[in-house]
Design a protein. Sequence first.
Lengths: 260, 265
Amino acid sequence: MSDSKKFNWTGWLIFAAILLFWEYGSRSNPRLQLYFPPVSQVVIALAQTFVSGEIVNHLLTTLARFMAGYFIAALVAVTAGIILGYFRVIHSLLDILIELLRPMPSVAIIPVAILLLGIGNSMIVAVTVYATMWPILINTVDGVRHIDRTLVATGRTFGLSRWRILQRIVLPAASPYVVTGLRIGLAIALILVTTAEMVAGSKGLGFFILDEERSMNSRNMYAGIILVAGLGYALNRLFLGLEGKAMKWRRGMIARETVS
Amino acid sequence: MAPGDDRKGNGLMIRESKLNGVLFLLALLVVWELIAQAELVNPLIVPPLSKIFISFWSLVSSGQIPLQILVSTKRAAVGYLLAAIVFIPLGVLMGLFDRVHRALEVVIEMVRPIPPPVIIPVAMLFFGLEDEMKVFVIFFSCAWPILLNTLDGVRGVDRVLLNTARTFGLSQGKIIRQVILPVCSPQIMTGLRVSLPITLILVVISEMVGSTDGIGYFILDSQRRFRVSQMYAGMLSLAILGYVLNQLFNFLHGLLLPWHAGRME
């Protein structure tokens, strides 16, 4: 965004001022404390639930469901996306089905998943897989279909087998699209895990936050939200770090293209 | 192969592929109907398609589904429009004045990683189960795509254009209206387009978590009462709503930015 080299003093000062104003306003108006508990007490609540292990359990549950859902979705969607992008016949069979299913908001699948799988881990993971698959699938199909035909033809001329072409040409050429899909999927997976936990869960951060709201314990509720936001931020950072490492070769290519 | 041949071949392929897809879809639906009629799977979970369509039709003609859809659409529209009204101007301001951008940057980066559904309990704390709760949740979750796309658009405006406008002595207001908004309208549209499915998702989630009406509540409630074909009928109407909203957006896009709409997708 803006010059990230320089430390943004104004921005941080304003952020600190908002927190201070919140703290002060809350302490001087006890009536407001249900809605805006003092920031310091939210931090203390976060620390307390961390030490007691209560929130750690919820965090680990959510993380495990997220990981399971995300990785299964990535595996299934990338594989299906390559098949759909590579073989025209299969694409022509499934294209309309995909276009019909896509406009339905993915969370609407939660009731069906509850019917099929009851309430529990498998339901939450299944729902996450379903929703996370879409962006990965669509982007992978796009990526494979946008590959320069000459590349594949060149591979064939050199006598590469189908499998080798897939491995050496199709996958690398489509990978920028796949990575875009995986990045969008990351946010969606976290949304779906927390949603499913709110709608039908007895564990996990989504459940924790909603439950604390229902018992009017807003300190713990805000503490849970800070933790979820932190989780989202950390996962995004981790992804960008891995992407930077894995896609280094591509940055070089883009630079070369723009220079020439 | 000559390029002309290639194009003709593609056109044929597309027509053929649509036919294949439709046939395959019909086959799937027939298989579903047969399996359900033969009760190979629990009919409580997978009712026959015909039953779902009958249920859909009676719910539509009795006015129940249109009513729920209307309730949800109203909430979605208010939240979405509010977000557009607040965050497009804010994005323009932030893009034009680096000082505003730097002042708000940290706050935005701190709030943005919160997954939108997690805001629902906060909104329930403040607004209870009222309409305002859903409107706030939608407003919050549409904020980021609209704000960041507008900001990117304004920051990407060619400096030469801006300086030219200044040289001609245009006022700040005129520069915004006649230079900045037209130039970055495609990005603003992108933000609005990305927000559309987000709006729909969040209205459904917030109705599932805390509501007594709306299509999201209707679907979850049907499941809890084991009225399964009614649940599927609700999902069908939701898919139709998603499709219609998308078409409506494309139509408005073509109306507002005819020079640009054709180039997207």
